[in-house]
Design a protein around this ligand. Structure first.
Ligand SMILES: *[C@@H]1O[C@H](CO)[C@@H](O)[C@H](O)[C@H]1NC(C)=O
Length: 255
């Protein structure tokens, strides 16, 4: 009993030590930005854009999982009050395209442990199981099957909200949240298979109808897309921020 307990404790200590170990080996392509430099914001833009080609397969030294596709267990929305009002649950979602981001600008606000980003995403493809029930512009809509949602050209604003955490006397800025405002899209393509219990004619008509009214559909789907983009940003950033000490990530010029 005592032995197995101390073994568990030992394993726990070894695991807890891992992040510190990883943090010591920043990959050579990772551009470190000095937080008191005049070009701190532009430096972060370059640094984050330079990570892009490495995110496809994940970044081992940061323990970033492969992000193309990003897998999400479940995202859902409850019926809103707009012209398209649906309960929609997406499960076993695979999201592609997040790694093709381009950061336009960054506004650091480190005194509040925040960093604001403006990002371009050329295309975001979501594929997964769906369950849906509601109304689309007065027409009832209901179904359960496989959904494909493709969103073209969005320019989200996102804010990394960090939380200062001390571990072994070392400061980290852990990622607490990464809320996203996606703004308008240039086009949304949708396909929900097996609508209306598999009635093909009704289903085809409804899919055509949804696609020709994609703007209204997008207004209803907005929270889902924002959650998906936010989940991508959290997955891409949290292991960096949670494993690399604040002063290593954002050192002072003088240090
Ligand atoms: C992003 O922020 C900029 C500057 O604050 C603003 O002009 C723009 O409308 C915002 N876009 C979104 C999608 O919120």
């Amino acid at each position: 009993m005592t032995l197995s307990k101390s073994l568990v404790a030992l394993v726990a200590v070894a695991l807890a030590a891992l992040p510190t170990y990883y943090a010591k080996s920043l990959p050579s392509y990772f551009k470190v930005c000095e937080r008191d430099a005049d070009n701190f914001g532009e430096c972060i833009v370059e640094s984050v854009n330079a990570l892009r080609p490495h995110l496809d397969k994940g970044i081992r030294s940061f323990k970033i999982p492969p992000l193309n596709p990003l897998s999400l267990e479940e995202v859902s929305i409850d019926e809103g009050t707009g012209p398209v009002a649906i309960n929609l649950k997406l499960t076993k979602l695979r999201v592609k395209g997040g790694q093709d981001y381009k950061v336009n600008w960054v506004r650091p606000e480190l005194e509040n442990h925040k960093i604001h980003f403006s990002i371009d995403l050329p295309v975001l493809e979501m594929h997964g199981d769906y369950e849906m029930d509601g109304r689309a512009l007065v027409l009832p809509i209901k179904g359960k099957g496989v959904a494909d949602i493709i969103v073209y050209k969005i320019s989200p604003n996102a804010t990394l909200i960090g939380k200062p955490v001390m571990r072994d006397g070392v400061k980290y800025m852990e990622v607490e949240d990464f809320p996203v405002n996606i703004g308008p899209a240039s086009l949304v393509k949708l396909n929900f298979d097996n609508l209306f219990g598999g009635n093909k004619q009704l289903g085809d008509n409804m899919n055509r109808f949804l696609n020709s009214n994609w703007r209204e559909v997008m207004d209803e789907l907005r929270p889902i897309i924002e959650n998906v983009v936010s989940a991508f940003l959290i997955s891409a950033s949290q292991s960096i921020f949670n494993t690399v000490p604040f002063d290593t990530l954002f050192p002072l010029k003088s240090a």
